[in-house]
Design a protein around this ligand. Structure first.
Ligand code: MN
Length: 498
């Protein structure tokens, strides 16, 4: 399991001193109760930390500066208890760089009809303060999430939890370093991109390394280390020998075990959380990293095949975002392969030549060692399995030359109708929303790639919010998509993001 930092979110209440100290004492008390309630809900993946009530420009600016400087703070939740004149927020907002959520809530649920007077109204005027605060954000064109509803409402907790995941994805994006052991596959367009612009937009550091620099790490793994890890594999997974001699089969597996150890050592020593390989550029590696890469993906490393560094980085970002989802069903690198066009059983068979992330496996994976039918190396040992069923999203980050676009499709993963005994790969089978025809046409119009990051655990809204935070275009294909509507949206995006 991927372990991520125990981030905190600061809860900052806006008010002013117009109504006296007693009012401010109530404001602080209410804020403390809300923070305690949010933390006690058990629904938020990260802790909310109460900060002093903000009433002056100096304190607001200092608080935002401190939030930026605190490596444990992943964002600020702002609440307007009373009317907080928003000019006092401008200097702080101009400098603030982390995600911000405007929690448009109020302390009480109901208007106290029998007792309400002007003192109560002046003290409890979130409806008033929300508008002043929202206005200045709009005026300075600052991205923020707006969540409206009572703070004790389960829907608000769910939306706050989702935003927290997005915020951590945005903050952690700046820590993603991708190690490229090969360039992009020759002549392939969709895996290409501007690495400098990716660093500007997403904070990703994308470096190339000669594959033989990796080979020396793999070769340095001792036979006993490889044998011990292979023993672990044999405990965890079934074996499908396909008529191979068991000793010869085990030798294929040990090659992958040495790769897992060697590659992980390289990545750790050099500070990388994501990796790309290319079946056509393997240097001294005996096999295409397959089982080894599958295990590293399951540990939380991002991966993209054929030099696809954009997908590798997205894989890492989305794994980090999904790491705080309870009972997660998996987030992984994936590839569109083959349609089933039979009426009533439509869908797309998703897989890869061998590097399919067992994070999504519904069955106990089995090891097979079969030919790749591509490249010129020995048969790589790999894990095969079928995935969970259920709703998920597939995302594709593309480079359109003058900008990035994140395409997000809602899909329904289904159990395979029949086993596929001759297909030696992990698979998932899904049907895009609203249906195969519109979903595929929309994906093609939007320019989506064949490589995706698929997740059972994240939502389209979370990815839209992440793209907003990064300042890039996002396009959603879901149950409400029509081709005419989508093409109009793409046309607007082309004008807005140019
Ligand atoms: Mn591929």
């Amino acid at each position: 399991m991927l372990e991520i930092k125990k981030y905190q979110f600061w809860f900052c209440t806006g008010s002013q001193d117009l109504y006296g100290d007693e009012c401010l004492a109530h404001v602080a008390e209410h804020s403390a109760q809300i923070v305690a309630g949010l933390n006690a809900s058990g629904k938020l993946p990260f802790e909310v930390v109460l900060k002093p009530t903000l009433i002056t420009s100096e304190l607001i600016r200092k608080t935002f500066n401190d939030a930026d400087g605190d490596p444990c703070c992943a964002g600020v939740i702002a609440w307007m208890h009373t009317f907080s004149p928003a000019k006092s927020w401008i200097l702080g907002l101009r400098e603030y760089r982390k995600p911000l959520c405007h929690l448009a809530t109020q302390f009480n649920v109901e208007i106290p009809y029998d007792t309400i007077d002007m003192d109560f109204m002046n003290e409890n005027q979130s409806a008033h303060g929300d508008r002043e605060f929202g206005h200045v954000f709009t005026r300075v064109a600052k991205n923020r999430k707006v969540i409206f509803g009572h703070w004790a409402d389960a829907r608000v907790h769910a939306e706050l939890a989702a935003w927290m995941r997005t915020a951590v994805g945005a903050v952690e994006s700046n820590a993603v370093r991708v190690c490229r052991f090969a360039d992009n596959m020759r002549n392939v367009a969709v895996t290409e991109g501007d690495k400098v612009e990716a660093q500007v937009k997403f904070g990703w550091e994308v470096d190339a390394w000669p594959v033989d620099g990796l080979v020396s790490y793999v070769d340095a793994v001792t036979p006993s280390e490889a044998a011990a890890l292979t023993d672990e594999y044999y405990e965890l997974y079934d074996l499908v020998l396909d008529g191979r001699d068991p000793a010869e089969f085990r030798r294929h597996v040990e090659v992958q075990a040495a790769q897992e150890i060697g590659i992980e050592r390289f990545l750790k020593e050099h500070g990388y959380q994501a990796i790309v390989t290319h079946f056509g550029d393997l240097g001294g590696l005996k096999q295409l990293p397959s089982l080894s890469i599958q295990r590293l993906m399951q540990k939380g490393y991002g991966f993209g095949a054929e030099g696809d560094w954009k997908t590798s980085a997205m894989d890492r970002v989305m794994k980090v975002m999904a790491a705080s989802v309870p009972d997660a069903k998996g987030t992984c690198f994936m590839e569109d392969y083959t349609y089933n066009l039979a009426p009533g059983a439509e869908g797309i068979l998703e897989s890869h030549m061998s590097e399919v992330d067992p994070s999504i496996a519904a069955t106990k994976p089995a090891i097979r060692a079969t030919p790749l039918s591509m490249g010129d190396r020995e048969d790589p040992a790999r894990l095969i399995f079928t995935s969970h069923a259920g709703a998920g999203i597939a995302t594709s980050l593309i480079d359109l030359g003058e900008r990035f676009r994140l395409i997000i499709a809602e899909v329904d993963a289904k159990h395979m109708e029949k086993p596929m005994p001759n297909l030696p790969t992990g698979t998932v089978f899904w049907n895009p929303r609203p249906n195969l025809k519109t979903g595929v046409e929309a994906w093609i119009h939007a320019g989506g790639a064949h490589h995706t990051v698929f997740s059972f655990d994240l939502t389209a809204q979370e990815m839209v919010d992440w793209a907003d935070e990064m300042g890039v275009e996002s396009v959603v294909i879901d149950a409400g998509t029509t081709i005419r509507g989508l093409r109009y949206e793409l046309m607007l995006g082309a004008a807005a993001y140019r």
